[in-house]
Write a protein that binds this ligand. Sequence first.
Ligand code: ZN
Length: 88
Amino acid sequence: MKQVIVRETDSTVEGGKRQHFPVVFEWYCEDCQKTQELDMTDGYMMYPIFGKVEELTLYCHECECERLVLRVIPRVTLDIVDARKYER
Ligand SMILES: [Zn+2]
């Protein structure tokens, strides 16, 4: 069987309506002087474009207002684990 090659492209693709990510943002709010967290397995971005700069706003639950705007590049990847011949 021929090997499968994965070629990365410069194309961008749109994420889901509520796109989660396996990351946690931890940050320090200077106003209330408390560490805040945003767990993106719970939080989400709406239709992010993977591979493009997007803005994400961090909210302080103590001060109850928006405190930081992050510029982020959401990414999605795909790795081949192995390959086998298709059999019915
Ligand atoms: Zn705060």
